[in-house]
Design a protein around this ligand. Structure first.
Ligand SMILES: Cc1cc2nc3c(=O)[nH]c(=O)nc-3n(C[C@H](O)[C@H](O)[C@H](O)COP(=O)(O)O)c2cc1C
Length: 200
């Protein structure tokens, strides 16, 4: 038995302490992530995942949008100070990948395959998860850390306007990535007896 994939998957962790010092060029990161997303399966090969890669000023602009938008959502000044520090840690990263679902394709599939109509929205989410995991793991394989954030839908309108996002694309996640400045924290794992059943 080979454990290469398991070892690689275990290398992928949520990294919050991110910096700008990555070994790959921006175009290598884009090539890697786009190849990984295209290698990811989707229901009926519907290919509903879209991604936008933000570097430099565009990356900074995203996190400025988030911190500004959260101001009215956070109840106290003290809580907002904490929020600002957290968002600053994402801005300290090298770049961000925005993940979108192409909803026009989802709705077309619902019409074209009426028998499965109820499934396409869920399947689009599953394709998101699969794509995000593959990119997250592929970055880890190159010594690049990342985390997965969800400031959608709060930021959807401003992101759409700032980055000229098509109307049919719906924001599903934000993945800041960069050099690993501190390791991931400990993580609990359920006992296999609680989590799985083997029947024979
Ligand atoms: C679907 C999904 C949504 C997540 N959303 C967030 C999030 O909004 N913010 C965050 O900091 N981490 C988020 N995470 C990261 C999880 O908290 C993390 O993966 C989990 O605690 C296991 O830790 P690990 O990634 O280091 O293995 C998300 C992970 C998944 C798979």
């Amino acid at each position: 038995m080979t454990n290469d994939l398991l070892n690689l998957l275990n290398q992928r962790r949520t990294i919050y302490a991110l910096g700008k010092d990555v070994a790959l060029s921006d175009s290598e990161i884009v090539d890697l992530a786009t190849d990984l997303i295209q290698a990811t399966p989707s229901a009926f090969n519907s290919q509903t995942v879209r991604a936008v890669f933000l570097f430099g000023d565009k990356h900074d602009q995203l996190w400025d949008i988030v911190v500004k938008r959260l101001k009215s959502e956070v109840p106290t000044e003290a809580a907002y100070e904490k929020t600002k520090a957290k968002i600053a840690s994402f801005k300290a990263a090298h770049g961000t990948i925005l993940y979108f679902t192409e909803t026009a394709t989802v709705h077309q599939m619902e019409k074209d395959f009426a028998l499965y109509a109820d499934n396409f929205a869920t399947w689009a989410e599953q394709a998101q998860g699969s794509s995000q995991l593959n990119v997250w793991t592929g970055l880890a394989n190159n010594g690049i850390g990342a985390s997965l954030q969800h400031y959608n839908p709060l930021i959807d309108d401003e992101v759409r306007e700032a980055f000229n996002i098509p109307a049919s694309w719906t924001l599903r996640a934000q993945m800041p990535f960069g050099s690993i400045e501190a390791p991931a924290g400990d993580k609990d794992t359920l006992s296999k007896d609680d989590q799985f059943k083997v029947l024979d």
